[in-house]
Design a protein around this ligand. Sequence first.
Ligand SMILES: *Cc1c(COP(=O)(O)O)cnc(C)c1O
Length: 380
Amino acid sequence: MQEHVKVKRNILLNPGPATTTDTVKMAQVVPDICPREKAFADMMKVMREDFVRIVHGDPGRYTSVLFCGSGTINMDVCLNSLLPEGRKVLVINNGAYSSRAVQICAYYGLPFIDLQFPEDEQPDIEEIERTLREHPEIALVYTTHNETGTGLLNPIREIGALVHRYGAVFAVDTTSTYAMRPIDMEADHIDFCMASAQKGLMAMTGLSFVIGDRALIEKSAQYPRRSYYCNLYLQYHFFETTGEMHFTPPVQTIYAARQALDEYFAEGEEAKWQRHLRVFEAIHAGLARLGFQDMIRRELQAGLVVAVKYPDDENWDFERVHDYCYERGFTIYPGKAAVQNTFRLCALGAITERDIEDFFVVLEEALRTCGVQIPVRYEG
Ligand SMILES: *Cc1c(COP(=O)(O)O)cnc(C)c1O
């Protein structure tokens, strides 16, 4: 069957869902199965272990818990499930995704500190330390690895070391680095991290997972229960006792994720990261040739997302440029910076530097069609 189906290949330069291989797409086409069958539970058991393996977690100490939903479900789960009674969450906030974490805290009425930093800078470690020292009631510290809205990399290893020195639990949103930029649970001092199948794994949307310290999950059984569907311990406990997801899993998405995991291990952690970096470099080379400027200093970028400043040209029209590229199979994406107009080009997915070269031919045509001057201009 597979050889009869030809699916158009689009190059997604948005920050996920990412371009997938045909083999991952086709892995969704399987005989109908009830997910309560043992064969399905067996597949999820190995998958849970593989998710931990990607971040080099000791399988005795760490586990992964699967949820049916987009990546935000992980943030919701970690924040609402891991806070003991009478304690506080510290959110290190320097971008749109950390701000989402703050919103989640507010929606649950959790006690929290929103420690804000500029969105184009790494957070001030000394200020984080001062906050931890002055607030011994902080039990959970939350940060974002790669602030996907801007592409800024946060120094999680340094922050994590500090968090552990002050006896708190460290949860990191690794949704836009996992299975791309190498992560090591212990070396990075991570207690909990999270990701979704549609980003680094280059699979389908609908499957998200939290990776974390088993002992801490078990301890959280004693914490206030603030959600039913999104409680970490409840889902963990169901997996441990039955091998199944508590409620209906995204069956076909899980088959695709299985295939994507096989392809991940076949490509290899380092080779895959180097490929993403080559794509990232090709994006920078193309942007530089056209005169575009980055929003974030190059040395602070995580290697996966480039936030590009809108040029100062009256003919620049993001929507028109987007549509021109989209019609030719390339998707570019608006920015998510608070203070500046940007668009984003991302190095996720099953793409290579060759695809980026093809993209820049189209982007240049789009600019010419719109009458944007090349190289693009900036005032000041
Ligand atoms: C993509 C992403 C998420 C999840 O977003 P959804 O739209 O819910 O999939 C969360 N955090 C980060 C850093 C992300 O890049």
